[in-house]
Design a protein around this ligand. Structure first.
Ligand SMILES: NC(=O)c1ccc[n+]([C@@H]2O[C@H](COP(=O)([O-])OP(=O)(O)OC[C@H]3O[C@@H](n4cnc5c(N)ncnc54)[C@H](O)[C@@H]3O)[C@@H](O)[C@H]2O)c1
Length: 270
């Protein structure tokens, strides 16, 4: 029996990368799933693969009505909502402040924060009524950039720090009925795109040499697959296994927090 048997979840950005791996894992654990996904192509692919078993809403996390729609359609189909996973995001391709064209600052700020921060806020607001009925939880995807500099430029890093702020504040506000936690993965090969304000909406993080980066910079010296992060979400979503956790963020970035000041090459060789 799966850890999420009899529950229903909404996952934003479920069309590719980590979100898609979460859809697969939540279904495998017995959950019924609704997805909010901006890409019409990815939404169609989900529908084709899952038929009616996954509710798919094509829409934008930065639009409140779209968040309401995915919650309502998920509850209409499955009768309940236990978990809201805020996950859809974009990356700024580590663009430094001085490299952002001055005439793009406003547009870029709005684009990154509307998706990465406002999207989480609107999703939590749309879901809280249903989550309170089931004693459910919110889980937000953070990033190593929610803790350390250099995993993004100032906009991405600030947006992921803001996600941690939302986790703390909402965990406080939604208690005791609804838990709010986060998962902070490190780099993985996905379709993570850049902002259109920088002309990077069609560019994916998969175009970068991430394996080499992770091998050289993280103590665990490996580039994980999106699926490798899904167990952390299952744990937090499972009331039986994490009923005491709220306001927590699981760091699963390959050990950046214990990196120390020496080269990681080699490591413990036993
Ligand atoms: N890939 C990495 O190295 C990495 C590392 C740490 C954290 N993350 C975080 O993981 C999360 C998932 O990203 P991913 O790497 O799987 O990328 P991804 O692009 O493969 O998945 C994100 C999904 O969200 C969708 N999406 C984007 N904007 C949207 C919007 N406005 N409304 C609805 N859907 C939207 C995309 O179409 C895509 O399907 C993000 O929050 C990202 O910041 C990624």
């Amino acid at each position: 029996m799966g850890w999420l048997e009899g529950t229903a979840a909404v996952i934003t950005g479920g069309g590719s990368g980590l979100g898609r791996a979460l859809v697969d894992r939540f279904v495998a654990e017995g959950a019924q799933v609704g997805v909010l996904e901006r890409s019409a192509e990815k939404a169609d692919k989900l529908r084709a693969e899952f038929g009616g078993t996954v509710v798919v809403v094509a829409g934008d996390v930065s639009n409140y009505a779209d968040n309401v729609a995915v919650v309502q359609q998920t509850v209409a189909q499955f009768g309940r909502l236990d978990t809201f996973v805020g996950n859809a995001g974009i990356w700024d391709f580590s663009t430094r402040l001085v490299d952002i064209p001055e005439d793009k600052l406003d547009e870029l700020f709005d684009e990154v924060f509307h998706i990465n921060v406002k999207g989480y806020l609107l999703g939590a607001r749309a879901a809280i009524g249903e989550l309170a009925k089931t004693g459910g939880s919110v889980i937000l995807t953070v990033s190593n950039a929610g803790f350390y500099p250099g995993g993004g430029g100032p906009l991405y890093t600030a947006s992921k720090h803001a996600a941690r702020g939302l986790i703390a504040e909402l965990a406080f506000e939604f208690a005791p009925k609804v838990r709010v936690n986060g998962v902070a993965p490190g780099a993985m090969l996905t379709d993570l795109r850049g902002p259109s304000a920088l002309g990077l909406a069609g560019t994916s993080i998969a175009s970068l040499p991430l394996a080499e980066l992770m091998e050289n910079f993280t103590p665990l010296q490996t580039l994980p697959e999106p699926a490798d992060f899904t167990g952390h979400y299952v744990l937090l979503a499972s009331k039986a296994n994490s009923s005491t956790a709220t306001g927590a963020v699981i760091n699963c970035d390959g050990g950046l927090g214990v990196r120390g000041v020496v080269a990681v090459a080699g490591g413990l060789d036993l």
